[in-house]
Design a protein around this ligand. Sequence first.
Ligand code: NAD
Ligand code: IPM
Ligand code: MN
Length: 355
Amino acid sequence: MAKYTIAVYAGDGIGIEVTAEAVKILTAIAHKFGFSLDLVQFPWGHRYWKEHGKVVPDDYLKVLNDFSAIYLGAVGDPANVPDHITLIPLIEMRQKFDQYACIRPAKLFHGVNCPLANMKPEDIDLLVIRENSEGEYVDAGGLFKIETSDGAALQTAIHTRKGVERIIRFGFEVARKRSDKHLTLVTKSNALKFSMVFWDQILDIVRKDYPDVKADKYHVDAMCMALVQKPQIFDVIVCSNMFGDIISDLTGAIAGSIGLAPSSNLNPERKFPSLFEPVHGSAPDIAGKGIANPVAAIRSAAMMMDFLGETEASSLIENVIAAYLSEGTILSRDLGGNSSTSEVGSEIERRIVNL
Ligand code: NAD
Ligand code: IPM
Ligand code: MN
């Protein structure tokens, strides 16, 4: 029997609520497919902070290193702990575990209301592929005379040849397997004349190896407009770290709700554990009310099972979610319903068990 050990870092706010539903689904799916899932919960984040004055133990990366995968709910408790502290482990896991390929699918499901006029489900079915290990998120910079009126802050991005080339190549490999075979690079080479011109040049080198894939590029500002006006023209969208962060909230919204948007943070070489989490954050505005949509979290769990090789189990979860959404009952509030987080989770669980 296949056996997987999963580190579960539920985190803060709705991260804890949606993770409980993802755990329900993972438990049901393991039972159905007959593999063993050892889900080990780590109550890190604001709960750990209260006791220890830090959000994770010092050796947390060592603790996580031997797991098959890491599942994360969401982190951030801005009312009690500054965000740039709570979020350090998330960025550090992505960098230290070399999870350089972040995949954030956006698909408009039947039965989900699109905020854009006249969109059909087939019009929005794309993947944002975000460089996840360097770029704008590298700690390169510092503060100068910050306590005085002469204060200055310097924050520099680092884009390496290795880092940019491997994510563009990863994007082409993914695009090649899809029916549209179309890759769009998000750039800003009209203003960022070092970093983004570098990205453009590497695109031009790598594309020669993929003559079967149509490749183009959009400046990030025009990309935001095009995603609202004509999302149907996009297929695989490759972005630098920060552009990918921004674009993936937008693609989540146009596909109906960020509460549906999953993601994976992959170390494709499998030298380190990969990390799976919804695109959304801890949503302090709705935390504790039991109204968050758990579908993004559940779909992230499905992406995890796919990466671990349980492709049938993963497709079954996705298919059950598609069927559930198309019927339009038992929906959470972001989708216009009034069902609770656990009612949605239990409904998806019920459908899996009854299949
Ligand atoms: P957010 O994604 O938490 O929330 C943005 C909006 O979307 C809110 O109105 C929220 O209620 C809504 N929303 C998010 N997820 C939802 C869901 N599952 N169901 C229904 N509605 C949902 O972004 P934010 O408000 O900018 O950030 C809140 C905190 O989360 C901050 O501390 C931030 O730093 C952190 N954050 C963490 C992650 C992560 O853990 N991966 C991602 C983004 C933000
Ligand atoms: C995301 C989040 C993170 C990011 C934050 C919490 C550091 O917004 O995963 O999209 O910016 O990458
Ligand atoms: Mn984000």
